[in-house]
Design a protein. Structure first.
Length: 368
């Protein structure tokens, strides 16, 4: 550590201790003006001034720190954000203050990102991931393995740096089943649906669409990965009545006459892999052109940030705001996905959803 680092660390430790000791807002403001670093995370627990203010349950101080540029998404050594701390105290006011700061910051970043021509950065969750789990090109060039794990669960996995990562796993059946029913059951055209699904994976959602009391009149599936397309071929999906498989990325087809001149879809679902939130948001922008009418419904796999309740809440709300921007109202319902550790859902694979509740979105074009 050089001298400057040592001074910053001392000032930072001091600031956090002052906050935990409930010193006055004036004292804290003065410490900040004298150069105490608001971004500092202490050596003992990795907590930031914002974590400390959430522990101290001091709403005014939380506001002040956010205005001064506190890092809303810093995680301590236990992987908790300041928002998680507020949640653990059931402190709704402080929780919302930090959550709204996160939403504002992510929306702003989203705007900046949209303005820049590259797909360069993301703030959280998958900063610069160039492996097959975070880069579409690397994913589409990787080999996938379809197998049954030690608990009898169907899985489709890829191996990244020695670890298996689930592209799709059988435990999500419940989510897919519920999604299909929420999208289709009440649809006035339920006997004659025209469906678009993006991302076949294990084919769980597509099997549920096909098992509806009235199988879809037209069922388009866009799938990009060659191994998945082979799996679909082996399972006879190319010969199914009413099924049209478009081989490639959704980005290759979304503006094609095949989709745009088809009169619109009653139901659209998307669940891809290795794409970030920015890609999903780009897909949202095509929905007004792809949905047939105000009765049509849309859903997506809402899995972003799903290893942390606070991040999950932020992404859920951001997606709702972005869908509102393109003219869709969203209804959310909860699907219980809690499980007993002994079920061994993850086997040897990396965990990507650790919350007990899945928030299922169904969007429809707002009525004028
Ligand atoms: C999570 S799986 C879908 C699981 C599916 N919902 C199910 O019920 O089994 C994601 C799928 O999206 C495909 N995929 C990834 N990026 C894509 C893209 N840009 N366009 C189309 N398909 C894509 C992957 O190859 C994979 O088959």
């Amino acid at each position: 550590m050089d001298d400057l680092d040592t001074i910053a660390a001392q000032l930072g430790e001091d600031l956090i201790n002052k906050i935990l000791a409930n010193e006055s807002i004036d004292e804290i403001s003065t410490a900040l003006q004298l150069g105490a670093p608001i971004w500092y995370q202490n050596a003992a627990e990795g907590i930031s001034p914002l974590h400390a203010a959430a522990y101290a349950r001091n709403h005014d101080l939380v506001k002040l720190l956010i205005n001064e540029g506190a890092v809303w998404n810093a995680v301590d050594y236990l992987k908790n954000t300041a928002g998680d701390i507020a949640l653990s105290f059931n402190d709704e006011t402080i929780y919302k203050e930090i959550r709204d700061a996160g939403i504002r910051s992510e929306l702003l970043l989203g705007l900046l990102e949209k303005k820049s021509s590259s797909d360069s950065f993301r703030l959280i969750l998958c900063a610069e991931d160039t492996t097959a789990s975070g880069s579409s090109d690397a994913f589409l060039n990787s080999r996938l393995k379809y197998t049954v794990d030690e608990n009898g669960q169907d899985i489709c996995v890829l191996n990244v740096e020695g670890q298996d990562i689930g592209v799709m796993m059988g435990w999500e059946r419940n989510i897919m089943n519920e999604t299909v029913h929420r999208l289709c059951d009440q649809h006035p055209n339920a006997t004659n649906l025209k469906i678009l699904n993006i991302g076949f994976g294990l084919g769980i959602v597509d099997n549920f669409f096909q098992s509806l009391p009235h199988p879809p009149a037209e069922h388009f599936i866009i799938e990009a990965h060659p191994d998945v397309l082979n799996f679909m071929r082996e399972r006879g999906w190319y010969d199914r009545k009413g099924v049209r498989i478009l081989e490639g990325r959704w980005q290759d087809f979304v503006e094609s006459p095949e989709l745009l001149n088809s009169g619109g879809f009653d139901v659209i679902y998307t669940d891809t892999f290795s794409e970030d939130y920015n890609a999903l948001r780009q897909f949202f922008e095509h929905l007004p052109d792809l949905l047939a009418d105000g009765e049509s419904s849309f859903s997506f796999f809402n899995g972003l940030g799903a290893t942390n309740a606070f991040f999950y809440d932020i992404y859920t709300r951001i997606s709702e705001l972005h869908l509102a921007d393109v003219g869709l109202d969203v209804n959310w319902s909860d699907v219980d996905v809690g499980f007993d550790d002994r079920e061994g859902r993850w086997g040897e694979t990396r965990e990507y959803f650790s919350l007990p509740i899945y928030r299922l979105p169904v969007g429809k074009m707002k009525s004028m």
